[in-house]
Design a protein around this ligand. Structure first.
Ligand code: 2F8
Ligand code: CA
Length: 316
């Protein structure tokens, strides 16, 4: 604008100068100035248009920028709100984590305390364990020595038990012998009778039939001898040097030998092949038994009516 004003002033000065000069060069000068003015005018118009275009462009640019800025602002606001929300969530999370951390820290402290107390307990238990182990070893050693002792005592006990049983058996034997001796010393047999165990024995000096022999014994308060054991037989073997009747016969039933008290014979001392009920000397056979000296004091059946000595027996 200032430039336009200068040009106008200049044109005025030129016009005033030309108005004073009325020659031909003055006319061409005038045209020249007019062209310049026109050019300047046109230039001004162009400048003005450019300026307006610039202003419009600037205006639209500004509006576009403002719109962009508004969008950016809106985006940023949204983003800010999102960030705020996130921040709030993060803050809440942080608070929770802080609270959790505090509770975990507390828990950790409690666990540390518990761990320390457990360590103390473990040390005590370890100490107890080692003392118990030592005690156990001592007890094991004691047990093994006690077991050895027990085994020795068991051996001793069984040997003592055996000894006791043997002593008991001996005692029984001795007691029996004592009783027998007592009885022998306390009781006695009549003259001409011999005592053995708890009986008195008599050997006749005469010979007679089995029936008469028995009667004689009964008259003496006795009966023909009844032999119940090998011991008694051995005694009688030494007692008589003559064959003699004994109280055994099968007169009631042939082949069934019974003692004079009616009992069936269980202990026997027969000679070989006896009793044979031989009929060589009697048609009735042999129904009465004798001790036969010639046959080692073994027994023989013989006819009852034959004469031999006899042996009586009665209880002491
Ligand atoms: O050889 C045994 C036999 O001996 C005698 O007979 C030959 C006896 N008789 C008398 O003693 C009477 C049998 O009894 C005896 O079996
Ligand atoms: Ca015979």
């Amino acid at each position: 604008m200032e430039e336009i004003y200068v040009n106008v002033e200049y044109e005025k000065a030129v016009h005033s100068k030309s108005s004073t000069d009325h020659t031909g060069p003055k006319i061409s000068e005038n045209i020249f100035y007019r062209a310049i003015v026109l050019c300047l005018g046109l230039l001004s118009v162009f400048l003005l248009i450019g300026l307006i275009i610039l202003v419009v462009h600037y205006h639209y640019s500004i509006r576009s920028a403002a719109a962009e800025l508004s969008t950016i602002k809106a985006n940023m606001t949204e983003s800010f709100q999102d960030s705020e929300k996130e921040l709030s969530i993060l803050t809440a999370e942080k608070d929770q984590l802080k609270s959790k951390l505090s509770s975990v820290t507390k828990e950790k402290d409690q666990l540390n305390a518990r761990l320390s107390s457990l360590r103390t307990v473990k040390e005590q238990l370890n100490s107890n364990l080692s003392s118990l182990t030592a005690e156990k070893d001592q007890l094991k050693s004691k047990l093994s020595s006690v077991t050895r002792e027990k085994d020795q005592l068991n051996d001793r006990l069984s040997s003592l038990t055996r000894e006791k049983d043997e002593l008991n058996a001996t005692l029984i034997e001795i007691t029996k012998e004592r009783d027998r001796l007592e009885s022998v010393t306390r009781k006695h047999c009549p003259a001409e009778w011999t005592i053995f165990s708890s009986s008195c024995y008599f050997l006749s000096s005469q010979s007679d039939s089995w029936t008469n022999a028995r009667r004689d014994c009964q008259n003496k308060g006795a009966d023909l001898v009844l032999i119940e054991s090998l011991k008694e037989q051995e005694f009688l073997s030494g007692f008589t040097s003559e064959s003699a009747w004994i109280g055994l016969s099968d007169r009631d039933e042939e082949g069934t030998w019974k003692w004079i008290d009616g009992t069936t014979m269980t202990f026997g001392y027969w000679d070989v092949e006896e009793p044979n009920n031989s009929v060589a000397n009697s048609n009735d056979g042999e129904d009465c038994a004798e001790i036969k000296v010639q046959k080692g004091h073994k027994w023989n059946d013989k006819p009852c009516n034959l004469f031999v000595r006899w042996i009586c027996e009665k209880k002491v």
